[in-house]
Design a protein around this ligand. Sequence first.
Ligand SMILES: *[C@@H]1O[C@H](CO)[C@@H](O)[C@H](O)[C@H]1NC(C)=O
Ligand SMILES: *[C@@H]1O[C@H](CO)[C@@H](O)[C@H](O)[C@H]1NC(C)=O
Ligand SMILES: *[C@@H]1O[C@H](CO)[C@@H](O)[C@H](O)[C@H]1NC(C)=O
Length: 285
Amino acid sequence: MPSMILLGLLLASSLMAASADELSQDFFLTGVGGQILNNGQLLMLSLDNTTGGSGFESKDTYLFGRFDMDIKLVPGNSAGTVTTFYLSSQGSNHDEIDFEFLGNLSGDPYTIHTNVFSQGIGGREMQFQLWFDPTLDFHTYTFIWNSVQIIFMVDNIPIREFKNRESDGLSYPNKQPMTIYSSLWDGEQWATRGGAVKTNWTDAPFETFFKNFNGNACVVFPNGISSCDSKTSTSSLSWQSQQLNSEGRSYLRWVQKHFMTYNYCKDYKRFPNGFPPECRSSKSH
Ligand SMILES: *[C@@H]1O[C@H](CO)[C@@H](O)[C@H](O)[C@H]1NC(C)=O
Ligand SMILES: *[C@@H]1O[C@H](CO)[C@@H](O)[C@H](O)[C@H]1NC(C)=O
Ligand SMILES: *[C@@H]1O[C@H](CO)[C@@H](O)[C@H](O)[C@H]1NC(C)=O
């Protein structure tokens, strides 16, 4: 796999801008206060203390794909606000792949919370801070989800990898089609170190902006038939087999060394009797 990550770094933003759909083609709004602006090129979610927040979800469901979204998070005192961007299937044994962005007091860093659920079992949290201020400009947040692994990326830099280890008897999300969801909600009860800081509504409405969605994915229709769409951008062609190359792997190590603030696989207090099985391989993390 020649240097896909580097290629992504150099080319992704211009190519994605060129091929991005109108957001209203792919998504509909949920909740109260969201808006699609600029002829469908920009989506805004909004939260105040009267509406209960807003969201959007994809019209299609997908089984594998590469999903890129440019997001600009709530600026200023965003403590208590939670912006989510995630994939989820339905039902009690659901699969889910999460990005959640936990706001903070002015000048304090956001937390990026990630999780993976497979067949109803989650609890695989890893958290990061960023090497930039995510409120000043748009940055690209990406899931690559294929039969081999899930890769979480920020600006084409891999921050987390979750491998398919079915050969070791572990479950992996590869059977249930997922919908893309996003929301902006009030998480003051848990998002600020267990409710230590309350949401300050003086600055409401809080707003998160989204643009340049790029989904290169296998769409699953209601009749169960799936169709895999490969749009023209070069950075998207290889998602079905994409794995981290040595360069991607060194970026992953860099991020996890310098920016990871929580790893469930290192939380001895939480798992005094041993870590979950997927933690027992240095390869998957
Ligand atoms: C907010 O910033 C403080 C100080 O850096 C940090 O300890 C805390 O974890 C951050 N909270 C969130 C929700 O990111
Ligand atoms: C809430 O924000 C306002 C305006 O930014 C500020 O004056 C006030 O002190 C804040 N309240 C709290 C409890 O921090
Ligand atoms: C919403 O927040 C504002 C600003 O803090 C406050 O004045 C108002 O009473 C709040 N409204 C509700 C319904 O809580």
